[in-house]
Design a protein around this ligand. Sequence first.
Ligand code: PLP
Length: 344
Amino acid sequence: MKLIDLRSDTVTQPTPAMREAMAQAELGDDVFGEDPTVNRLEALAAERLGKEAALFVASGTMGNLVALLTHCGRGDEIIIGRDQHIFTSEAGGVAALGGIHPHVIPNEPDGTLRLKDIRAAIRVEDVHHPRTRLIVLENTHLRASGAPLAPDYLQAVRKVANEHGLKLHMDGARIFNAAIALGVPVVDLARDSDTVQFCLSKGLSAPVGSLLAGSEQFIAEGRRQRKMLGGGMRQAGVLAAAGIVALETMVERLAEDHANARYLAENLANLPRIDLDPQRIRTNMVFFGLKGNGLTAQELASRVKRERVLIQPRGPYHLRAAMHYGIERSDVDHALNAIKKCLA
Ligand SMILES: *Cc1c(COP(=O)(O)O)cnc(C)c1O
């Protein structure tokens, strides 16, 4: 029987069309700028986001790191939410490799940073202070159950950034999920950020890679930072080919993942031992809590594994189930039944 892996949307396998495109891809040395498939992917990504240029990188972590190393010098400060991936889950790279100082403020339950908190975190010019350079947002906001950040909020943050001469970076690992959930073109979500990173290897199902988009000049400098980090890849067109298929064919179907997530959430919320507000589930991530009888997240995950369902513990009593390509409604029903049985 099929293993239903809901731990993450990174477990997706490339589609048959991706494998075909990878096998057929025209290749060159991308460090020389001569891989035609990488060049096509970068041009396509820039166009989709409404930016001048884009850079293909090995991972979302590398895309964010290249962006921050390009925006900031040593001792510069970024304003970032304490539940954002760059702060929690990228091995402290901005500090370790960039000498960048994170000024951490709370994320609201909807993933936003309060404008008031951003304003309060901006330093005045003083020899004692680090220099504030950059505001960093995450869209969708993973730990806020994958909440999408809407264009009017992004505009408001841009306005604060402009008032203080700051730049804005978006960790848009799942920006296409946000666009689909909000029913807006992805350019409307990218417009207010100087730079945007997004992942091909999550809901879009490509095997490897992310893109960093921004101005021509910024991306030229980012290319140097990528090289420094060891991210100059050669015949990377074998990977980029899958990314092109991802952008051309895998964006609209994210709506299915969102519908499955909502369906799972509504049914889980009916169970007495589950702590979950289904209204909060707007994209492909279902975060939920356990209450009542002391069953831990680890125990529940181990029990459902015997039913061939994998879910990810995210804390002593919290778990996550991610919807993605390859997960059908019948799989969600199977997972629901498994969870019900294991809670009993
Ligand atoms: C996955 C993820 C990243 C990093 O991507 P990797 O490819 O795993 O390095 C960055 N930000 C968010 C919000 C993510 O979910």
